[in-house]
Design a protein around this ligand. Sequence first.
Ligand SMILES: Cc1cc2nc3c(=O)[nH]c(=O)nc-3n(C[C@H](O)[C@H](O)[C@H](O)COP(=O)(O)OP(=O)(O)OC[C@H]3O[C@@H](n4cnc5c(N)ncnc54)[C@H](O)[C@@H]3O)c2cc1C
Length: 510
Amino acid sequence: MKDTYDVIIVGSGLGGLVSANLLAKEGLRVCLLEKNQQFGGNLQTFSRDKVIFDTGVHYIGGLAQGQNLYRYFSYLGIMNALKLHPMDPEGFDIVTFNDDPQDYPYAQGYEAFSNTLLKQFPQESQAITTYIKTLKWVCSNFPLYNLEPKEAGYNMEVFQMGAKSFIDSLTENETLRAVLAGTNILYAGTAQTPFYVHALSVNSYIESAYRCVNGGSQITKLLLKKLKEHGGEAYKRHEVTSFTVSNGQVTSVLLKNGKELKGNLFISNIEPKQTLTMVGEEHLRKAYRNRIKNTDNSIASFSVFIVLKPGTFPYLNKNYYHWKDYKSPWEALDYTQENWPLGYMASMGIEKDQGIYGETLTGLTYMRFEEVEPWANTFNTVAEKNERGQTYEEFKQAKTERFLNVLEQKFPNLRNCIKSVYASTPLSNRDYIGSYRGSMYGYTKNHENPLKSILSPKTKIPNLYLTGQSLNMHGILGVTIGAVNTCSEILGREYLLTKILDSENALIDS
Ligand SMILES: Cc1cc2nc3c(=O)[nH]c(=O)nc-3n(C[C@H](O)[C@H](O)[C@H](O)COP(=O)(O)OP(=O)(O)OC[C@H]3O[C@@H](n4cnc5c(N)ncnc54)[C@H](O)[C@@H]3O)c2cc1C
């Protein structure tokens, strides 16, 4: 490790990894610092009983040839090496409800998506057509989503459209409304969520949906390999404790191990509220501090990670989004102790040479941080092992049982197929990722006040930038685009986009 770098990046989540690569590719001397034992943040995998689980990547959209993430990952040089498995074209996501025996599949490709919905809702042709047309139009308003070099404008018509209000306006049919909102665990949707958040997520999966074979950590490994090829450096178990500010510029970062690293530019890939504390509030204007402090974080989650007995539970090449009733997709965050969980996503891991039976099933649902408040002052990760105590274990056990009961309503034979079950709570996410109160997806967006929650990658300190899921959008696609946006501030948007487009043309020519 050197003492000085051109760019120091704090946090090796996807935003940090992509930014590190984009800048190292330009010949800048980049150093990426990660506090954990594993790089990747939410891209991390872990294993139990010799099988692999993903923590934060169940499926990825936009990865078919020519689509947006495919093009960005190609520029980063990782696309060809990714081990992906296409999900069921006739239904990669299935929306279901208690007391409704029907499966409502989302098919891949707009024609199939539309035809499948029309088969189930033959009277709703206009609603379905308007939904698709609007979805595509909204996505066309985001230049980097479409790899266009022009600056993003803020078309208020787009930013002020609410997801729920727009979907509700399409039809009086309660079932169709619920089906169109039915995958909104993808973005923790509430009545305040803007429609663009829905559109940018759902569109990418309708275009194509893939699972990562043996987990999403392959993205991390490939990006690290590329970073090293470009001369960049990355260090895990190197926690940054503060940024040093002198004469209005960041001059160095201090590490927990006592080391100081100097740099010219700094990018923080960690939660912006945490970044404020590490910079020292006195170095930032009050209005800026308050804006970040007062931005709400999305809700946290509770997951069950089920190891299946061999040969018992068929591999399902699709996700299930299951809800208590048609109102639940927008109300599931406001659960009570009695009715939790009101909905969940169930997804399976895929291994190389996947056979008929699956090895793992993960269930993901909402959980507010207040539920784990009694243990909020404990900290536990693999690198820093600590017990949270017996009462926490009992809490986890009780919630796991509750969740399994609800999963069993959809998958009646599930309990007989379980070899072992593990669970994660908002505390796991907080301790591993550093997310504020275990928040799943960073900052929430609000169509009633859309610009309030959109943070610029530039901070009020000229050589300190932000990246990661709290900025533009969360998700593998959203964070990758966010990193391109951050690096555009450093390299110039037109310059960077032209390079990406030129590299595509060079490939076509060869
Ligand atoms: C349960 C769950 C399921 C998801 N499923 C999907 C999915 O199926 N598809 C999809 O596209 N997206 C999914 N996502 C979202 C996606 O995983 C995230 O949006 C994305 O990975 C976040 O990237 P990030 O750059 O913000 O970094 P993060 O993942 O937030 O990582 C930040 C990194 O910074 C490190 N760090 C923090 N503090 C310090 C410090 N002081 N010093 C050094 N390092 C530090 C952390 O350890 C961490 O490695 C899911 C998210 C969750 C929570």
